[in-house]
Write a protein that binds this ligand. Structure first.
Ligand code: BES
Ligand code: MN
Ligand code: ZN
Length: 493
C-alpha cells in the first residue's frame, strides 16, 4: 500500500474513509470529537447505542454525515486512553485493513491521535501500525487465476504537528521496510516445494543484489564438496534438486567492522528422507525453509533501511527426500568442521545442513551469529505457537534478543542449553549422533548446533511453532523478520 503523512486537518480531507479513535471508557479521541461535532453527533450516537465498545481492535464502519468530506467513518477502538500497548496497536492496525477489506474504500485517512504506544516513540508507534496494516493486507494469490479483491490502496496518516509528522515519516519508512521483508519471507514460505527449490531461493537472493546492491554468492555442490561440507551434502544426495549455499552481504559500515551473521535453514521440502514422515500435514513441510526465507527478508529490510552496520545472511538450502542415494539410518558423515556424525534419524536433517553453514560462517569473523530454523516439532510442543525458542549460552545476547522480541511483538522464550544434555548425543561409532532421544528434543537439537559454534558468540532460534499458521488460513507468518530487524536496529545505536 501507499502511505503519506500529513499534518493538516483531517476533516478537510476528501477521503473514502476517515478513521478515528474511540476509547474503552466511551470517551472519544480528539479528532473523533471534532468529527462528532461536525456530523451532528454520529460518533457519540454509535458509542451510546453500544455499537462499538472501544476495546483495542474493535471497529465500526458508518456512513459519514453533516459537513464531513469523507464517504465513511471508521471508528477504531483504542482501549483505555493513554494505555495503548504494542499488542493493541497491532490489533488496531490489522483491524483497519480487515474492516475495510469488504468495502469499496480505496483509501483511508487515519487520525493518529490516541494511537501512540505508551512508553514508545511516535516513530515506533507508527512503524508498528504500518507493519500491522501491511500484514493484514498481505494476500498470497500469485498461483490463483482469481486475484484478491482488496480495494484499499493508500493510507494517509494525520498528525497534529509538524514534528509528529516528521517522526511518523520515519516510522512509515521503517515499518514499510520491515513489512516488505516480512511479505517476502511469507511469499517464499507459501510457495510450494515444486516452485520454491534451492535454485529458486538462490535466484530470489540474486534479485536483492540487482535491486539493493547486496553482494550475493551461491555455492554449488562442487564448491561445497571442496569445502568438505559432507554433512550438508549428505542431505541433498537423496534429492534431484541440487543444494545451494546462498550468502548475502550487506555493508553499511566500515569494512573492518565485524558483521552480524544470520544463518537460516532453507530446507525447501522435508519429507523426512528414509525416516519418512507420516502423510498427515506433510504438505506443511514446504515451510521448512522459513528460517532461510526470514534471513532473506531481513537482508532486504536492512538494505532498504540503509542501516549503518554490516550484516551477512547465509542460507543453506536443500530438499530432504527418500531415494536410493539418500542417507540411511546408521550412516556416518564427516562435517566441514571435521567432526563425524552418526545419522540415526534422517529426519533430523536441519542440524545436518546448519552445522556446515555455521562452520562456514566463521570466515566472516562475525561479531555475533544468529541461526533461525524450523528445527524441531519438540519446540512447538514445549512452547506452543506464540514465542520462538531461544537458545544461547550468552546471557547478554539472550537479553538483546528477548528485548528485541518484546519491542517488535515477535517474541522469543529462552530454553536451557546446558551441557547436561550433551551426553544424549553420544554415539558409540562417531563423534556424535544427530538425535538425542525423545526427552528435550528442541534442546538436544540446539546442543548439536552448539558443538559447531564453540568460540562464536551465537544464538539459535527454533521457529517450528511460529513460522506459519495452520488451519483454514494456513500461511507463512514471516517471523522472525520483525525480531531480527529490531535486533539489528538496536545494534546500530
Ligand atoms: N522440519 C522438521 C521440524 C518440524 C516438524 C517443524 C514439524 C515444524 C513442524 C525437522 O526437520 C524434523 O523433522 N525434526 C524432527 C527431529 C527428530 C527426528 C529428532 C522432529 O521434530 O520430529
Ligand atoms: Mn526433518
Ligand atoms: Zn526439517
Amino acid at each position: 500500500m501507499k502511505y503519506s503523512v500529513k499534518s493538516s486537518n483531517p476533516l478537510n480531507q476528501g477521503t473514502a474513509c476517515l478513521a478515528v479513535t474511540v476509547f474503552g471508557d466511551g470517551s472519544l479521541g480528539e479528532t473523533a470529537a471534532r468529527v462528532d461535532a461536525a456530523s451532528g453527533g454520529v460518533v457519540s450516537a454509535a458509542v451510546n447505542r453500544g455499537d462499538i465498545k472501544g476495546k483495542a481492535g474493535d471497529t465500526l464502519v458508518i456512513p459519514a454525515a453533516g459537513d464531513l468530506k469523507c464517504d465513511r467513518l471508521l471508528l477504531l477502538g483504542a482501549g483505555d486512553p493513554g494505555k495503548l500497548d504494542l499488542a493493541a496497536t497491532v490489533r488496531i492496525g490489522r483491524a483497519v485493513v480487515s474492516a475495510l477489506a469488504k468495502s469499496g474504500a480505496a483509501d483511508v485517512s487515519v487520525a493518529l491521535d490516541g494511537l501512540t504506544i505508551s512508553g514508545r516513540s511516535n516513530a515506533d508507534s507508527v512503524a508498528a501500525l504500518v507493519e500491522a496494516m501491511e500484514y493484514s493486507a498481505y494476500r498470497f494469490d500469485q498461483l490463483k487465476k482469481e486475484k484478491s479483491t482488496l480495494k484499499l490502496k493508500s493510507v494517509a496518516l494525520f498528525c497534529d504537528s509538524r514534528s509528529a509528522a516528521h517522526a511518523a515519516s520515519t516510522g512509515v519508512a521503517r515499518g514499510r521496510a520491515i513489512a516488505g521483508g516480512v511479505s517476502l519471507a511469507r511469499d517464499l514460505g507459501n510457495l510450494p516445494g515444486n516452485i520454491c527449490t534451492p535454485t529458486y531461493l538462490a535466484q530470489q537472493a540474486r534479485k536483492l543484489q540487482k535491486r539493493l546492491g547486496l553482494k550475493v554468492s551461491v555455492l554449488d555442490e562442487n564448491r561445497m564438496k571442496r569445502l568438505g561440507m559432507g554433512s550438508l551434502l549428505s542431505v541433498s544426495r537423496g534429492s534431484r534438486e541440487p543444494a545451494k549455499l546462498i550468502t548475502m552481504e550487506y555493508q553499511g559500515a566500515d569494512k573492518s567492522s565485524a558483521p552480524i551473521v544470520l544463518v537460516g535453514k532453507g530446507l525447501t521440502f522435508d519429507a523426512g528422507g528414509i525416516s519418512l514422515k507420516p502423510a498427515a500435514a506433510m504438505d506443511e513441510m514446504k515451510y521448512d525453509m522459513c528460517g532461510g526465507a526470514s534471513v532473506i527478508g531481513t537482508m532486504q529490510a536492512v538494505a532498504e533501511m540503509a542501516l549503518p552496520i554490516n550484516v551477512v545472511g547465509i542460507v543453506p538450502s536443500s530438499e530432504n527426500l527418500p531415494d536410493g542415494a539418500a542417507n540411511k539410518p546408521g550412516d556416518i558423515v564427516t562435517s566441514m568442521a571435521g567432526k563425524t556424525i552418526e545419522i540415526l534419524n534422517t529426519d533430523a536433517e536441519g542440524r545436518l545442513i546448519l552445522c556446515d553453514a555455521l562452520t562456514y560462517s566463521r570466515r566472516y569473523k562475525p561479531a555475533v551469529v544468529v541461526d533461525v530454523a524450523t528445527l524441531t516439532g519438540a519446540c512447538m510442543v514445549a512452547l506452543g505457537t506464540h514465542p520462538s525458542g531461544l537458545f544461547t549460552a550468552d546471557d547478554a545476547l539472550a537479553g538483546e534478543l528477548v528485548d528485541a522480541g518484546e519491542q517488535s511483538g515477535d517474541r522469543v522464550w529462552r530454553l536451557p542449553l546446558w551441557d547436561d544434555y550433551q551426553e544424549q548425543l553420544d554415539s558409540p561409532f562417531a563423534d556424535m549422533a544427530n538425535v538425542g532421544g525423545r526427552n528435550g528434543g528442541a534442546i538436544t537439537a540446539a546442543c548439536f548446533l552448539a558443538r559447531f559454534t564453540e568460540e562464536l558468540k551465537w544464538a539459535h532460534l527454533d521457529i517450528a511453532g511460529t513460522a506459519w499458521t495452520q488451519g483454514k488460513n494456513k500461511s507463512a507468518t514471516g517471523r522472525p523478520v520483525s525480531l531480527l530487524s529490531r535486533f539489528i536496529l538496536n545494534r546500530c545505536s
